[in-house]
Design a protein around this ligand. Structure first.
Ligand SMILES: *Cc1c(COP(=O)(O)O)cnc(C)c1O
Length: 439
């Protein structure tokens, strides 16, 4: 029970339920949320208001607990409130939360990121994945002196104007903004291709290669289902950009420090010119980063003419959470353990999904998974996702939630395993899923 008077006039003396909180939320926050997908728009119903979390579980304001596979949408690779992260945060806070001056934490985390990621020599810290991709694109434009950017339909790179654009259809189709408020002129500097279409890629680079500053891609697209790419396609991106003198940007905001120490660059053996990070690298605090060869990174202010800055960038508290997270992953052989856990999840869920009344299969890379609710091979491009999946997912999502298992509230979002998950949690998930599919 909450005590009265903690926040002024409107707090009641009885405990506030999740639903009551959300009524209040909708009066003062657009949609009741600080980020749109949290609002349950795609699945219906009322979001749970979470008051605390520990390990693999979150607890809502009604005291209901959920086995959590959202992991705050990716950052929490150690689980919630990991003791090493909490201790590092407390110690850092006690020393001062931000100095607006260089601090040891940012140097140590930069050394770690540079040491972990293929081809990286320098890195700049920012406060979100959006800032990382936005700044990487500006840097690519400043470095090449060109304006056009190529992205892929279904890849999400945060909400900067130039990257918040819809699919055009193939070669040299100028993109339309996918949000109100993005000037058409901005979106027109972004060309959109389909994933897994090498012909369209080559045709675009033949036609306009010398105008292209950068091609940005999630090397493991994980924001529109989990669209695992053929290694040959990623290699084609590397070849096409190198030949055209354009920069290849791997957006590893989800995959970085999650699928391997060196992200998808390590797994694919392909080294991009620039890479962007977020989520895991901040250990649950607002951190993003982008990096590349010194020759490119030194074009940034104060060394070079490309401006980029941030009041809270590289602050010691955020850096401490990132450092504690990466240290713990190293010490506990985290990536190998997560792969084992992922394999266990896959083998336990496969027969359950195979017995579902509609087509369903698990797509998984390391600790990232997605339930593809459609026939055939797992899709490799956004337009290969069956729109009927969203309808099927709604029932699945709510059935699981009622049984105390939380997946992301959208058919297009992936799930995450953390080092806080164990075989018992996987069993609980499988049993709940089986019940829901039988119902
Ligand atoms: C989450 C994400 C972003 C945006 O990061 P924010 O911290 O939410 O701004 C960018 N790119 C990819 C691949 C992401 O998954």
């Amino acid at each position: 029970m909450r005590s009265a008077g903690t926040t002024g006039t409107t707090v009641s003396t009885v405990s506030t339920t999740s639903a009551e909180f959300f009524v209040r939320a909708q009066k003062v926050l657009p949609g009741g949320v600080s980020s749109p997908v949290r609002a349950f728009g795609a699945v219906g119903g009322t979001p749970r208001v979470i008051v605390r979390a520990q390990g693999a579980e979150v607890e809502d304001a009604d005291g209901a607990r959920y086995l959590d596979f959202v992991g705050s949408w990716g950052p929490l690779i150690l689980g919630h409130a990991h003791p090493a992260v909490v201790a590092a945060l407390s110690a850092a806070c006690a020393r001062g939360t931000t100095f607006g001056a260089p601090c040891p934490g940012e140097i140590e985390l930069a050394e770690r990121v540079v040491g972990a990621y293929p081809g990286l020599e320098k890195v700049r810290f920012v406060c979100s994945g959006t800032e990382a991709t936005m700044s990487a694109i500006r840097l690519a434009r400043g470095f090449t002196g060109r304006e056009l950017v190529v992205k892929f339909a279904g890849c999400y790179h945060g909400h900067a104007d130039h990257l918040l654009v819809q699919a055009g259809s193939g070669l040299a189709t100028f993109a339309k903004p996918s949000s109100a408020g993005v000037p058409a002129a901005f979106a027109q500097r972004t060309l959109v291709l389909d994933l897994d279409d090498e012909e369209a890629l080559l045709a675009l680079f033949r036609a306009r290669g010398d105008e292209i500053a950068a091609l940005i891609v999630e090397p493991l697209p994980a924001n529109n289902g989990l669209l695992v790419q053929r290694p040959a396609f990623l290699a084609a991106l590397r070849r096409a950009t190198a030949q055209a003198g354009a920069l290849l940007v791997f957006d590893e905001v989800i995959s970085g420090f999650r699928v391997a120490r060196g992200g998808m660059a390590q797994l694919s053996g392909i080294t991009p010119d620039l890479a962007t990070f977020g989520k895991v690298v901040g250990g649950g605090l607002p951190v993003g980063a982008f990096g590349g060869r010194a020759q490119i990174m030194d074009r940034l202010a104060p060394e070079g003419p490309v401006y980029q800055a941030g009041t809270l960038s590289g602050n010691p508290v955020a850096m401490a959470a990132g450092l504690a997270t990466l240290e713990t992953l190293e010490r506990e052989d985290g990536w190998a353990r997560l792969e084992q856990l992922g394999r266990a999840l896959e083998s336990r869920l496969a027969p359950v999904l195979a017995a579902a009344p509609f087509p369903a299969r698990l797509v998984r890379v390391g600790s990232i998974f997605w339930i593809a609710l459609q026939e055939g091979e797992p899709p490799r491009r956004a337009d290969a996702i069956d729109p009927a999946a969203a309808e099927r997912y709604r029932g699945l999502f709510h059935g699981l939630l009622a049984r105390g298992v939380a997946l992301a509230p959208s058919a297009y979002e992936v799930g995450f395993l953390s080092l806080a998950h164990d075989a018992g949690h996987i069993e609980r998930f499988a049993v709940a899923l089986k019940e829901v599919l039988a119902a």
